[in-house]
Design a protein around this ligand. Structure first.
Ligand SMILES: Cc1cc2nc3c(=O)[nH]c(=O)nc-3n(C[C@H](O)[C@H](O)[C@H](O)COP(=O)(O)OP(=O)(O)OC[C@H]3O[C@@H](n4cnc5c(N)ncnc54)[C@H](O)[C@@H]3O)c2cc1C
Length: 479
């Protein structure tokens, strides 16, 4: 295993420290945690980890990296699942961590907006806003660790997308430091501003390849005062999609989450959390976890009860529980969150993040799972996720006693073949990173590739921002 300390060039470190001061430059073994991801699948190294405290220091870091010819890997909470924040060339890259830029600069209840620095942890923002009866709707399993800068750079999705949209839909303005150190100040509180091309959109979802996001102005909502959570047992994924469509029409756009879980969900969650007790018999072919939420004059509990009566009458639901307290609702959501950790504990496996048109989801999953189980006997498909958005994580646990890497590659190829028939996406919400770059490049039409390369060349001509992540400049036309 290569560690940061093994590979760093002492001259480069001295020059970084001389330019930026020792406080900003972390070196040696202290850099090790910054060179791995949430899964711990990969451990690499870096020349140093730069930890600026403000926008001016980010600017200085980028100017120094440029002068030294170093690649810069921007880093938030390291929960990205595609290796976008993990350096891959230890002797030529520095990590730039935003963890010390964690100030909430301003909360404006009257405008329903807040300006915050990129290193603010998502859960910390939610907690601070709740004190003022405000709410930032982005919600995902990693919210205790991921940072707003990472959320913006990956255009994160999560469980509330079906009601509030992706991170991109929740942004009013951005502050970005460009690779040459200039600050692009686009912090705005305006809800409507149609003065030409909206440049901030370039940096949302760019995975740190065009600059460093240092702060953002975010759209806020009133804190939902009432939430009703239900776990429902169903006969199949087709019924889950029909149920979702019914809920869209019957629940006045107050549905905020609709997650599909397979029968294995509870078993996997309990492998990670042995004390978990089943909220109902967990032997049905399919489950849905749904939230309705709202505030003010609406009665959310009554709406949930009436909706479930309707769903039972239509024969879409065979059994279910409605949480009677916040603690019970939390206990239901823990099953969904524990599934991820349970899969991680089963060892190396294929993780996917796919999307197809909503109406095609049941056919896609059936065909893809059949292709995998026929070709790889004993492998287990675990399909789940934010299906209300047509998003499914069709993960594959390799058959016991087989070579995991070979099984993962084969399963991925088979699933992608089926996905192509449905015009689907290989990345619904996690991004491309270093993990999916090959597959992304392969499927990219020429016109799209040319435009992406032109943007990269215009903003980052030295290709110093997050090298080898997301895209690779065509060397024939690169400078
Ligand atoms: C248990 C679990 C559940 C998850 N659930 C979801 C989910 O439901 N939906 C979803 O979309 N994702 C999910 N994820 C993935 C992950 O949490 C998101 O991608 C998240 O947005 C990453 O944020 P981060 O701060 O950890 O970023 P990192 O992993 O540190 O970085 C991600 C990318 O952004 C770049 N970057 C980070 N900060 C900046 C910055 N300030 N400026 C420029 N570039 C930057 C990095 O270089 C990298 O390319 C989950 C992950 C885990 C572990």
């Amino acid at each position: 295993m290569t560690t940061a300390a093994d590979t760093a060039d002492p001259t480069l470190i001295q020059r970084l420290q001389a330019a930026l001061g020792a406080d900003l430059v972390l070196v040696g073994q202290a850099t090790t945690p910054y060179c791995s991801d949430w899964h711990g699948d990969v451990q690499t190294g870096a020349v140093a980890v730069l930890r600026p405290r403000n926008t001016e220091q980010v600017s200085a870091c980028l100017r120094t990296a440029k002068a030294l010819g170093l690649g810069v890997v921007p880093q938030g909470g390291r929960t990205g699942l595609v290796l976008g924040a993990v350096p891959d060339t230890p002797d030529r890259q520095v990590v730039l961590s935003l963890e010390r830029m964690n100030r909430i600069r301003r909360i404006d209840p009257d405008d329903f907006s807040a300006e915050i620095e990129a290193g603010v942890v998502l859960q910390a923002l939610k907690d601070a806003l709740a004190e003022q009866d405000l709410f930032f709707p982005l919600a995902l399993g990693a919210q205790g660790s991921c940072q707003i800068g990472g959320n913006l750079s990956t255009n994160a999705g999560g469980v509330n997308v079906l009601r509030y949209g992706m991170t991109r839909d929740l942004v009013l303005g951005l502050e970005v430091v460009l690779p040459d150190g200039r600050v692009l100040d686009m912090r705005s509180r305006l809800r409507k501003d149609n003065r030409g091309i909206d440049l901030k959109q370039l940096f949302i979802g760019a995975e740190g390849t065009l600059g460093i996001i240092t702060a953002a102005t975010l759209k806020l909502c009133p804190l939902p005062e009432q939430t009703a959570t239900a776990l429902l047992a169903l006969d199949c994924l087709e019924d889950a999609i029909t149920l979702f469509q019914l809920a869209r029409r019957q629940c006045c756009d107050l549905m905020s989450a609709f997650e599909f879980l397979p029968p294995l969900a509870f078993t996997l969650a309990r492998e990670a959390m042995p004390d978990l007790t089943p909220p109902m018999p967990m032997d049905s072919p399919a489950y849905v976890l749904m939230d309705l939420s709202g505030s003010g004059l609406v009665d959310i509990s009554a709406l949930m009860e009436r909706f479930l009566e309707l769903a039972l009458a239509e024969g879409l639901v065979r059994d279910g529980v409605i949480a009677k307290s916040q603690a019970q609702a939390r206990a239901l959501w823990i099953i969904r969150e524990g599934m991820n950790e349970g899969q991680a504990r089963r060892g190396r496996h294929l993780r996917t993040d796919l999307s197809v048109p909503l109406s095609c989801l049941p056919d896609f999953v059936a065909q893809a799972e059949a292709a995998v189980t026929q070709a790889l006997p004993g492998a287990i498909c675990v399909s789940y996720g934010h299906v209300g958005d047509g998003n499914v994580h069709l993960n594959v646990l390799p058959a016991p006693g087989t070579d995991a890497d070979t099984q993962i590659e084969m399963a991925k190829k088979l699933i992608h073949q089926v996905l192509a028939r449905f015009d689907g996406s290989i990345s619904a919400e996690h991004g491309i990173g270093r993990l999916k770059r090959g597959d992304f490049q392969q499927g990219l039409p020429d016109t799209q590739r040319d435009l992406l390369q032109a943007i990269k060349r215009a903003i980052d001509p030295d290709q110093m921002m997050n090298p080898n992540c997301l895209q690779e400049l065509d060397q024939r036309v690169a400078k």
